[in-house]
Design a protein around this ligand. Sequence first.
Ligand code: C2O
Ligand code: CU
Length: 474
Amino acid sequence: MIVRRFLLLLACLILAGTVLGPWAMAQSQAVRDDSDVIATLTKEFEGAFPQNSAPQGGVREFEMVAAPAVWGIVPPYRTDVWAYNQQIPGPVFRITLGETLKVRLTNRLQQPTTIHWHGVRVPNAMDGVPGVTQPPVQSGESFIYQFTPKDTGTFWFHPHVNTAEQVERGLHGVLIVEDPGEPRYSRDLVLVLDDWLLGPDGAIRDRFVTRHDLAHDGRWGNVPTVNGRLQPSLSVRAGERVRIRIVNVANGRVFAPLFPGLSPQVIAVDGMLTAAPFPLQRFNLAPGNRIDLDLIIPDTAQGAVLPIVDTYTRNRFTLAALLVEPGPAVETPRFKPPQAAHFPDWGRAADAPVSHEYLFDAVRGGPYGISWRINGRAWPEGTETELESGRFHRLRLTNESHRLHPMHLHGQFFRLIARDGKPVDERFWRDTVLIGPEESVDIGLVPLDKGLWANHCHILEHAEAGMMSVVRVN
Ligand code: C2O
Ligand code: CU
C-alpha cells in the first residue's frame, strides 16, 4: 500500500517536472527580464533630479493671510472673493534655488484651510493634505510652512480643504524657484489662467460641487481671466525675449493657449525643464498644469497688439494680449534655451511590467449624489498603494468614464510612456496628466520622496466627490 502510494507520488512528480519545468523556467526568465528592464530604467533615471535639497542658508519669510476680499474681475462689478493677501491671484513668491521658503499662513476664513505646494517636492509634513499630512488650520489660527525646494521652476499653491470652493473663490498663488545659472530673459511674465462662474450681478455663483459639475468635467465658468482680469493687456517691447510662465488654476476648464503669428518654444512643463525645447502647438493645459515658454517679440512689432487665444474648445476666445510698446526695438538676447541637464532615455519603458493599475469610474450616491471612485472606492474611504523609492515603476491609469480626468500625483514627477497601450515619447516630466474619455494612460516614475502622497483628479469637484487615493513611498 505504502509502496503503491510512493510510486504514484513519484510518477506525479516526474510528470509535474516534465510539464511544469519549462513553464516554471519561462516564468523565472520573464521575472529576470522584468527585473533587467527595471534595473536599466532605474539606472537611466539617475541624476534626472536631485534626491535632496541643498539649503544655502538664506531664509525668505512671507506672511500670507487667507481672508474674504473684494476684487474687480469684470469692472464695474465688484466681486466678493476669498484671497491670499487681498489679491487675485495671490502673491507670486520668487526665490532662488537653495533658499528656504518660510510662509506663515493665517486663516481668516470662516472655515479650516491648508496650503498645498503643487508640484514642489516638499518634506511630506509640508504637503498640506488634511488627514494625510497635517490637521487643517482652523479659522483664526496660523501655520508655518517651511521648506527648501529641490527643483527650480514654476509651481503654484492652493488650499487642500473644501478645495473646490476655496480655489474657485480665489485662493491660489505662484511659487517660482529661479536658477541663478540660467540665461537672463528680457522679461519674465506670469500668466495665471482661471475661469469664473459669475451671475449677472458679477457675484460668484455659490453652489459648489453640483450634480451637474459631477456629471461633467467639473465647474466650467463663463468668465475666463488672466491674472484675475478679463482680457488684460501685458506690455512688452519689440525684440524682447520673454519667458512666459502659464499656470492653469481653474477648477475644471482645460486651456490650450496659442500665440497666433508668433512661435513660442516650450522650455518647461509642470515646473521641470524639458529634454529640449519644442514649438508650442496644441498643448492641453489641464487644471494644475504649467508650461514655461521662450518667446521672442519680433523687432518689427512696434505698436502691435498680439492676442493670446484659447483653442481648447471650438469657441476660440482671447485670453489676453501682448501690447508691444511703440518705442524702438531692444536687442534680442542670444542664448541657447535652458534644458534638462539629464533626461533619461527610457526607450524600454513600454517593456516594463505594470506594477499598479488605477481604475476611475462614477456611481450614484454619496454626499453629492454622484461619487467619483478610484479602484471602486471614494475618498475618504480611498485605497493606499505602496511604491518603493529609488526604483522604476510603471503605473496604469484607466478611465472607465466618459469624462476628463487630469490626474495629479503629489510629491513626484512622472513621464507619460503610453496612451491606450501605444508607446508615446514625451520628452518632459509632469505632475498632472489629462486622461480623456475611456482612455488608459501609462506613466513611468522613479519615486524619490518618501511619505504619503495624495493622488487625485485635479478637476476639483471630482476630487471633492471622492476621486482621491494615497500612494505611500517607502
Ligand atoms: Cu494642486 Cu492635491 O493638488
Ligand atoms: Cu476627474
